[in-house]
Ligand binder design. Structure first.
Ligand code: RAM
Length: 530
């Protein structure tokens, strides 16, 4: 722990104390043991998601446990559900005694295509090592082996790379020790969901459960860390399901404790070997969403002690955002080098969404200040929000077409409309018109992730587009289920099964926290989704 404080200059004097508070709120992990339910065979099928599906094999795990391992064999276990944790198995001598090591390639994965697409040469700009394949050499048989790497997935492929002809040995007792800090759901499922709605809700719950570890992870396969934007959405869904409010508090404190030396929140944090931020991972949109997370946490828990403790951090994030805003009320995205993220869709112009996200943060943080009785410290926020709204309407609203446009090319994206609604730049009536018009334009830029789509559903609900919100959610998240999802995916475009933010779809995360928010919507608006 000491090293951390040597390398970090502290902007807030309480940062060390905040880290202790975060560590004290670290949850215990619950363990559940799973065994494979069947063996499966891959089938290449252009009609299947990403071109592959699994069919049940004639063999069962019991058959595999009696069959000698021989070079060239390959077989796949299906655990029947997504899990996060540790893989164990043993080997059992069937004939004579071990005279050579056995070499296996063990590959754990989330989706059929991930398991069956050749991974090398590696095509993604993220590390090849995210793929959960391990080559192991078993020098001593007849004992239990547990892989040290925590893995996430449903399928386990075993390939036999080397085995001696002079003795027979079989795999045995494959099992998985699954971990999560989410215990039982505290809030019952909403009444009256349709079968399709029920399926979406259940998959949302499983997605959240798998990502709730000792922090809210983004994806337990990848990136296995705490991101501030993911935290916001996960904490909203948690509020209506597991209600593990200590986990939210822990994550809020972690970000505050690890704030950069200018007081800005980092976008993501690693827990091991000790809590530390990713260097230079400043991302303004996520800084501001941290404020909303704190506000929602306070509303939900009435934990004024934590909110008062962390208030200076919230104030600092808005101060920082305002340093980009000129006297004309315009957020200048070129003022400093900054990562502004709304979605992984290539080519998204962020000028208008960012103008609106800043207004939203001013509103949210002012609300928080009012709850804490400190609004006099930030009395300029409402005026600034008003000015920025006026500027947005004047320079970013195409009155003829009734939509928000963004950037020099006047790009029309769904997210520009969405954030204009969220920030009340557009009235609900204007918002309805803008969203409807943009969705009807074939060249309007769509979000490429459930993260971006979450904000679209939210904007629809804010504009009283109840039927549209229900239909969109049911079609979009339901589309993943129809394509075989048992947890919701990081990236999803109904028109492009191979979409990947990383240039190679197998590294996409197929259990991604920011995609779990049907849980939140269905609980918060039961009448809409019933
Ligand atoms: C992805 C992460 C995470 C997201 C960032 C911006 O790499 O998985 O979910 O918050 O990008």
């Amino acid at each position: 722990m000491k090293t951390l404080w040597i390398i970090l200059a502290l902007f807030f004097p309480q940062q060390e104390e905040w880290l202790h508070k975060a560590e004290q709120a670290k949850p215990v992990l619950y363990h559940t043991r799973y065994v494979p339910v069947r063996m499966v065979e891959p089938v290449q099928d252009t009609a299947a998601f990403q071109g592959w599906r699994y069919e049940e094999s004639d063999l069962t795990p019991q058959h595999i446990y009696q069959r000698p391992l021989a070079p060239g064999q390959s077989f796949t276990f299906d655990f029947g559900r997504h899990m996060v944790g540790y893989l164990s198995f043993s080997t059992q001598t069937l004939r004579r005694c071990q005279d050579a090591p056995i070499r296996l390639r063990l590959f754990m994965g989330e989706l059929p295509a991930e398991m069956n697409t050749p991974l090398d040469p590696w095509g993604a700009w993220l590390s090849r090592a995210w793929m959960q394949d391990e080559v192991i050499n078993i020098t001593e048989v007849d004992q239990v082996i547990t892989l040290p790497r925590r893995m996430a997935g449903r399928y386990l492929k075993v390939e036999v790379l080397g085995a001696s002809k002079d003795f027979d040995c079989a795999l045995n007792k494959v099992s998985f020790d699954a971990v999560s800090s989410a215990a039982e759901e505290v809030v019952p499922e909403p009444d009256g969901l349709s079968p399709a709605g029920h399926a979406i809700y259940r998959v949302g719950i499983e997605t959240l459960r798998e990502c709730m570890q000792t922090v809210y992870e983004d994806g337990p396969k990848r990136d296995r860390r705490l991101w501030a934007g993911d935290l916001y959405l996960e904490s909203l869904a948690n509020r209506y399901s597991f209600r593990n409010m200590d986990l939210t508090r822990r994550c809020l404190y972690l970000f505050a404790a690890l704030a950069a030396d200018d007081g800005t929140i980092v976008s993501n944090i690693f827990e091991q070997p000790y809590p530390h931020p990713q260097d230079s991972s400043y991302m303004l949109t996520y800084c501001l969403l941290w404020n909303s997370t704190l506000k929602e946490y306070l509303i939900d828990t009435q934990d004024f002690e934590t909110a008062r403790d962390l208030w200076p951090v919230a104030k600092r994030q808005v101060e920082d955002a305002l340093s980009y805003v000129g006297s004309n009320g315009l957020f200048d995205i070129h003022k400093r080098d900054v990562w502004i993220f709304f979605d992984w869709r290539d080519g998204l112009d962020i000028a208008t969404p960012m103008q609106c996200a800043t207004i939203f943060a001013l509103e949210e943080t002012y609300e928080l200040a009012k709850m804490l009785g400190v609004e006099s410290e930030v009395k300029h926020y409402p005026l600034m929000a008003k000015k920025m709204r006026k500027t947005a309407l004047r320079t970013m609203y195409d009155t003829q077409r009734g939509v928000m446009v963004s950037g020099p090319d006047k790009q029309i994206s769904i997210l520009a409309q969405t954030w204009a609604v969220k920030s009340k730049v557009l009235t609900p009536k204007q918002g309805r018109k803008a969203i409807t018009a943009a969705l009807a334009m074939p060249d309007a830029l769509m979000p490429g992730t459930p993260y971006g789509t979450h904000y679209l559903i939210e904007a629809m609900l804010l504009c009283d587009m109840k039927d549209e919100a229900r239909n969109y959610l049911m079609t979009y998240w339901g589309g993943m289920i129809q394509r075989g999802a048992d947890t919701f995916w990081e990236a999803y475009d109904p028109k492009d099964d191979y979409l990947s933010p990383y240039d190679f779809f197998p590294v996409n995360s197929a259990c991604h926290a920011w995609s779990c928010t049907p849980v939140y919507f269905m609980q918060k608006y039961p009448d809409v989704f019933r």
